[in-house]
Design a protein around this ligand. Structure first.
Ligand code: NAD
Ligand code: ZN
Length: 234
């Protein structure tokens, strides 16, 4: 049981593991491969320059998988926690799916972008809602400026979104909880080291993450099974 006092401020970092029970495979779950390519080779700015068709094939597939996915009891537990803690909870997800929102979470920070948004790769027009699949024979979508429309995703080698907001929340928190994340993808993997000493650090998931040394408490198991009974807020 994680006790949360009225003065605690909680930072939660979720990863692909929290959506696994909703049927969205983690990168490790599919062996890190798609059409025999490493995911890092598909989800990158170089891949987009070289072969935007292939990149849209990949994200069209991911949009299709995520369209039918429903939140699980893990997402629902975090939405309830937000209702009770309000702005004392900062929910930061590495996931690009919208299952936290579907479960009712309101203030979700998507540091790696959102699967159901697109943006222009040339002009600074704001990201817009887009759940379409762009696969042959559909052409790659174009912006009115002539640029190509790309998924609103932070690819490997790009800088994650909202890092200023995230840094402030990290420095401010008294409890840090990572859920279902392998501790391999930077900079998210180093958040726990940054708060260690100033906050309680807790991990929830079925396997040891790579940065396990930095956690003071670990709850081993599936997010959907553990989270509904994990929090006790006074
Ligand atoms: P990852 O694939 O590297 O690791 C998944 C982690 O989830 C593992 O540590 C595994 O032990 C854990 N896990 C598996 N089943 C679980 C369960 N039922 N409950 C709790 N934990 C479980 O994922 P990552 O660390 O998030 O980082 C990889 C990158 O993958 C991120 O950048 C993210 O954007 C991207 N990604 C996102 C999605 C999504 O949006 N749902 C899916 C796949 C990958
Ligand atoms: Zn444009």
């Amino acid at each position: 049981m994680i006790r949360i006092s009225p003065t605690d401020r909680v930072f939660i970092l979720t990863g692909a593991g929290i959506s696994a029970e909703s049927g969205i495979p983690t990168f490790r779950g599919v062996g890190g491969l798609w059409r025999n390519r490493r995911v890092e080779e598909v989800a990158s700015a170089e891949a987009w320059q070289r072969d935007p068709r292939m990149v849209w094939d990949f994200y069209s597939m991911r949009r299709r998988v995520a369209t039918t996915a429903k939140p699980n009891p893990g997402h629902e537990a975090l939405a309830r926690l937000e209702q009770s803690l309000q702005d004392r909870l900062f929910l930061c997800t590495q996931n690009v799916d919208d299952l936290h929102e579907q479960a009712g979470s309101v203030r979700v920070v998507h540091m790696h972008g959102e699967l159901f948004k697109s943006r222009c790769d040339r002009c600074d027009r704001a990201p817009f809602d887009d759940s379409a699949a762009y696969e042959p024979p559909r052409p790659i979508p174009r912006c009115h400026c002539g640029g190509k429309i790309r998924p609103h995703i932070c690819w490997f080698g790009e800088i994650p979104y909202d890092l200023d907001k995230i840094a402030t929340a990290l420095d401010d928190c008294t409890v840090f909880i990572a859920i279902g994340t392998s501790g391999l993808v930077q900079p998210a993997a180093s958040f726990v080291a940054r708060v260690r000493g100033a906050a309680r650090t807790i991990y929830v998931g079925p396997e040891e993450p790579a940065n396990t040394f930095a956690f003071t408490d670990c709850y081993w198991g599936k997010a959907g099974e553990l989270l509904p009974n994990l929090f006790h807020s006074a």
